[in-house]
Design a protein around this ligand. Structure first.
Ligand SMILES: Nc1ncnc2c1ncn2[C@@H]1O[C@H](COP(=O)(O)OP(=O)(O)O)[C@@H](O)[C@H]1O
Ligand SMILES: [Mg+2]
Length: 225
């Protein structure tokens, strides 16, 4: 258990630990694409999702938050995967209180915002695992949360659960400026990716692109289009 967590921590922060690799460069190019795509409509709230578990959503969301922060933006990374929260591991932070505690009215916003070791890169962990994540994420309190954090940060990135497993990500995606669909090479079936795309579009999400995550060689296989 301990070892596994250590491995994840070491592997996830590509844009910090291996900042001069192709993988890190790919994250910067995703950032440029998002910045350029924002000419007509600023893309400040971004949902990262995928069709199934283990595709690289958390890894992508975390590194995107870092590269936006590296260009000087005030960034918030939100772990909106209330079912399998993982974002805090990468930053070696605890997940005692977080989004779910806020959504049920137990904590105020300032109580759940955590500072990371990087200035202007804050984190909100998932909080206690609730019995009704979809209900919480689809609530009016969640809409209030989104508008509150958009007033405090330049960019807010949401890590979410898989689209084909639960409705959580679509509930958030339709309230955010843009959604990125992570596609894991050789793992995701085309029909599932299509289905996820359809569900997001149907829910009113603004799909801004796909991130191809290669199986072993992330460094060569992460694209944006
Ligand atoms: N391109 C990759 N190469 C190797 N390992 C990866 C790659 N992308 C993700 N991983 C690893 O795969 C696991 C699942 O990734 P994660 O981001 O947690 O997926 P998700 O959030 O979609 O469930 C993690 O251990 C992560 O470090
Ligand atoms: Mg995840």
């Amino acid at each position: 258990m301990r070892r596994k967590r250590k491995k994840l921590e070491r592997g996830t922060l590509i844009t910090i630990e291996r900042n001069n690799t192709i993988a890190a460069e790919q994250f910067r190019s995703i950032r440029s694409n998002i910045n350029f795509a924002s000419v007509d409509r600023r893309l400040r709230s971004i949902v990262v999702t995928s069709s199934s578990a283990g595709d690289g959503k958390t890894m992508t969301a975390t590194n995107l938050a870092i590269v936006f922060n590296q260009e000087g933006k005030k960034v918030l990374l939100v772990d909106a995967d209330l079912r399998r929260p993982k974002v805090h591991h990468a930053f070696r932070l605890e997940n005692h209180v977080g989004l779910s505690n806020y959504l049920i009215g137990q904590k105020a916003l300032e109580d759940i915002i955590m500072r990371t070791y990087r200035p202007d890169l804050d984190l909100i962990t998932s909080g206690i695992i609730p019995p009704n994540p979809a209900e919480l994420l689809g609530s009016r309190q969640m809409s209030i949360f989104i508008s509150q954090v958009m007033n405090l940060y330049d960019v807010v990135i949401f890590d979410t659960p898989p689209v084909l497993v639960v409705t959580d990500s679509t509930l958030i995606a339709n309230q955010c400026d843009g959604t990125l669909l992570v596609v894991r090479a050789k793992k995701n079936e085309v029909k599932d990716v299509k289905k996820a795309k359809e569900q997001l579009s149907f829910a009113g999400a603004n799909l801004i692109g796909a991130v191809f995550n290669g199986k072993k060689q992330l460094k060569k296989n992460l694209y944006y289009y």
